[in-house]
Every structure is written in structure tokens, then in C-alpha cells.
Design a protein around this ligand. Sequence first.
Ligand code: FES
Ligand code: FES
Length: 169
Amino acid sequence: MASSKITVEVDNVSYTDEVEPRLLLVQYLRERLGKTGTLIGCDTTNCGACTVHLDGVSVKSCTMFAVQADGHKVTTIEGMATDGKLHPLQQAFHQCHALQCGFCTPGMIMQSASLLSENPHPTEQEIRDGLEGNLCRCTGYQNIVAAVQAVADGTVSAGSNETETAGVA
Ligand code: FES
Ligand code: FES
């Protein structure tokens, strides 16, 4: 199969590669770039484990071909921390115990970031609606919602990896 040349900015680094047109974006991220923080749960657009941002908007990377990302900017969970400091959502998931096995967590955080960029002060129901495309088999969702709410309320911020701040339970 003929390959195509693509140039994609991923987590602020530009990559140019030859890819087969059938290569999924999630496969490109994981297998070519080693971005294994982006997970594959279902491969059928159902679970959200593969969620990344394309030009700042969340997409399920098992639903896109890598060639469709040509000329675009992709952010993965591995690009969320800056200067060695966790993103507030990463901090909040940690503090609120919003994960157990962790398999859904990268996708949950990417989707939550997209949700908060569109709606910085969501209600609980708006958080639940915004995360409905991301499945978690472990937590019952309550602490995930609490983590997103904590960031929206400003009770969690980036800057450390400590557990005693914020007053969230
Ligand atoms: Fe993409 Fe499940 S792996 S939605
Ligand atoms: Fe296990 Fe969500 S923490 S699937």
C-alpha cells in the first residue's frame, strides 16, 4: 500500500513520517512515537481510552487515521504536565482518588480538559454529560466528577505533586 508523508506536532514536537493511509492515529502515537500513555480499550469509538486533543479539541484517536492529523497539533496525556509539574486535572485525579486501575484515566483527563476549556464552570450534570463517551469500569465515576469539579472550583492547581492541599476528598 502506498504511504503518505505527514507532519504532525505532537506534545509540542514536530514529527514527519511516512505512514500507510490505513494507520490509525492511536497506532501512530503509540507505535511510531512511543506515546503509550494514550491507550486502546475498544478500538471501536466506545470507551474513550484513546482520547487526545486535535488542535485543542478532544477526539478519539482510534477513530481517526494518522493522515488526517497531517498539519495539525496533537496533545496527548504525556503533553499535559509542564515543566515537570502535573496538570491541575492530573493533580485532582490523584487527590480525589479518581482512579483505580487507571486504564481510563488518560482519556478521562483529556476529555475533562476539553470539557473545562469549553465550560470552565460546569454543573455536576454537565460534567457527567461531558464524560459520557469515556467509560470507567472501576470507580463508579463519583470521584472522577469530584476531581473535575475541584479543578473547576479552583481548589486544585498545578505546581506540586503533594496530597494534602485543596480540601477535596
Ligand atoms: Fe478509542 Fe476505545 S480505544 S474509543
Ligand atoms: Fe479502572 Fe477507570 S480506573 S477503568
